[in-house]
Design a protein around this ligand. Structure first.
Ligand code: SF4
Length: 321
């Protein structure tokens, strides 16, 4: 039996290698020894630039792809030890909302069919029960019932993402992982979808993991932040601590690049020049050293390991011992 303080999700030394296209026998390490714990009720933001491994981490955690090494435990249970039937049953408890709502929805299905599908796959309830649940889900994500017979192409981007979220909630999961849930949407719709996720978190008692390339998209929602860089978590901290002043040089650049809404203050988006530099895999030393304004000799030779500098605050940087 899991103990009371068991994290809902515990990841240890997770690695994922993908074969290099065109280079037989060679692979690239996309996740490199990720360890993290997500507790019930948390809203964990996993932030990093494109190619940092965020989506691969989410997919490995939910066993949508097989990790190359390490373990993933959900509620104290190692997912790799479950047989296919037990893993399928367990999937009810963790679901994913995908980045591109249109691509993630079957274009041939109506909203009703899309929301009924997970209930049917898991043999949940009678047809009447499912009808009620579909209407309840549409209400939960503020989708007008008049849209129930529409297909994804007949919906706006925001409505498509609401359907994606409703489908993710259909089985009443304990953990919902949203992969860049607003990046494909108009700016005017992004705040609505993020507010919806925050409300649903309360109503469903969810634990949320939000994957984002932008701190701005998650800054007012998350309780904890993990920053990824080239397949590693380089900083992890409670959101309140992080936004007062992140420790890692890369996190500081990310925060400086975050747009500010206070028009009386200068907008520091100009500091993006470092964050925008081309991302090449660094094979030796700290992965950030070619771009780091504070790099010193040891950074080129050795990889800094995450160290706890305060309770709940871990940083992988030689500036912190
Ligand atoms: Fe910069 Fe060195 Fe810290 Fe890496 S370890 S972030 S190069 S100071």
């Amino acid at each position: 039996m899991p103990m009371m303080d068991t994290p809902l999700l515990r990841v240890r030394a997770l690695c994922k290698d993908f074969p290099y296209r065109g280079f037989w026998g060679q692979s690239i390490r996309v996740l490199d020894g990720i360890s993290m714990e997500v507790h019930s009720g948390e809203i964990r933001a996993i932030v990093g630039e494109s190619g940092s491994g965020k989506t691969t981490l989410a997919r490995c955690c939910l066993r949508l792809i097989e990790p190359s090494g390490g373990t993933v435990e959900f509620d104290g249970q190692d997912l790799a030890l479950l047989n296919p039937g037990a893993l399928r049953a367990k999937r009810r408890e963790f679901q994913m909302v995908f980045q591109d709502p249109f691509a993630s929805l079957n274009p041939a299905m109506t909203v009703e069919e899309i929301l009924r599908e997970p209930l049917q796959i898991h043999n949940i309830g009678t047809r009447e029960f499912q009808d009620r649940r579909i209407r309840e889900l549409m209400n939960d994500v503020s989708l007008n019932e008049s849209l129930i017979k529409r297909r994804p192409a007949q919906l706006s981007g925001g409505q498509q993402q609401r359907v994606g979220i409703a489908r993710g909630l259909a089985l009443r999961p304990r953990l919902l992982v949203a992969d860049e849930p607003v990046s494909a949407l108009d700016v005017s719709v992004q705040a609505q979808i993020l507010n919806l996720l925050a409300n649903l978190k309360k109503r469903y008692g969810l634990t949320l993991i939000l994957i984002s390339h932008s701190l701005y998209a998650v800054h007012y929602l998350c309780t904890t932040i993990s920053v990824m860089y080239q397949g590693r978590i380089i900083e992890e901290a409670p959101a309140a601590t992080f936004f007062k002043g992140p420790r890692h040089p890369y996190s500081r650049i990310l925060l400086d690049a975050m747009p500010v809404l206070d028009l009386t203050k200068p907008n520091p988006t100009g500091t993006l020049k470092t964050a925008d530099a081309p991302v090449l895999r660094v094979r030796q030393g700290c992965a950030f050293h070619p771009r780091c304004p504070q790099a010193f000799a040891i950074c080129r030779d050795r990889v800094p390991l995450p160290a706890e500098i305060n309770p709940g605050e871990r940083v992988a940087c030689f500036l912190y011992g």
